[in-house]
Design a protein around this ligand. Structure first.
Ligand SMILES: C[S@@+](CC[C@H](N)C(=O)[O-])C[C@H]1O[C@@H](n2cnc3c(N)ncnc32)[C@H](O)[C@@H]1O
Length: 246
């Protein structure tokens, strides 16, 4: 794997083209949710990327720091207005320390799934816990694996099929992995890319939290705090670091 992981120069240069993820309808509920939870304290984003959420969160008055493995993504962040005022540490968020503690650590947009083993995902929870003040919160936003949407024995799930993008997830229940394949039309050219993930259920995340001495505080079906139900396609989960760890 290249040193920037799967988020190399090409990905970084086009990341912000995904207008749906950058429009206020998508961004504002995330920023409002996180700002409320930070409650006047500072926040650390694991996998900060180009600052899609970190920048508007900082504009809202939250002191935001970030960890990211990709120099290409961090360079894009630094080039944006206000980006140079967000302290970042380049490294793996499963293990990298940034030498400060926070009221809030958050890891969103399915990025926990970029860690491709259970061990790394467990370490990520432990690293989040180690960066939290007592009473602080760790937030994850991640999809519910789409296995109920594909017939028994099938592996492929078409999650997008529009004029300029086709997306197919290929599931493997034996290794608990999913590979996302994309075909994009850009500048009248076809671009193909694939990225491997480890999918993870909410119950397994709760066990990882327990290993890291974090306690489930809330689980929502959306950033607008809709209930998490049998048909939710993703969840936003919050675990708290107890004030008294005895
Ligand atoms: C899908 S992007 C999300 C970026 C940003 N959080 C957002 O919501 O737009 C995933 C980001 O996580 C970073 N990343 C993936 N695996 C990582 C790891 N193990 N350690 C640190 N950063 C990682 C990538 O470089 C990329 O910037």
């Amino acid at each position: 794997m290249p040193s920037d992981g799967y988020f190399n120069e090409i990905v970084a240069s086009t990341y912000d083209y995904d207008v749906d993820s950058f429009n206020p309808e998508a961004v504002d509920p995330v920023v409002n949710f996180l700002a409320e939870l930070a409650n006047g304290g500072s926040a650390l984003e694991f996998g900060i990327g180009t600052g899609r959420i970190a920048l508007p969160l900082a504009i809202k008055g939250v002191e935001v720091h970030g960890i990211d493995i990709s120099n290409a993504m961090l360079t894009k962040l630094a080039q944006k207005t206000g980006g140079d005022r967000i302290p970042v540490t380049q490294g793996d968020f499963a293990t990298t320390l940034c030498g400060k503690s926070f009221s809030l650590v958050y890891l969103i947009f399915n990025t926990i799934m970029n860690l491709k083993t259970q061990d790394e995902q467990v370490k990520c929870f432990q690293n989040a816990a180690s960066h939290l003040n007592p009473g602080g919160n760790f937030v994850i936003e991640v999809m519910v694996p789409a296995l109920q949407l594909i017939p028994f024995g099938e592996k492929n799930y078409v999650f997008d099929l529009c004029d300029d993008h086709w997306g197919v997830d290929t599931y493997d229940v034996v290794s608990q992995s999913v590979e996302s394949h994309h075909v994009r039309v850009r500048n009248q050219k076809l671009e193909m890319s694939s990225i491997p993930f480890r999918y993870v259920w909410a119950s397994e995340l709760d066990l990882m939290a327990k290993i890291a001495n974090l306690k489930l505080k809330a689980r929502w079906g959306s950033w607008k705090k809709e209930p998490f139900t049998n048909t939710s396609r993703y969840h936003v989960s919050v675990w708290e670091k107890p004030i008294n760890t005895n």
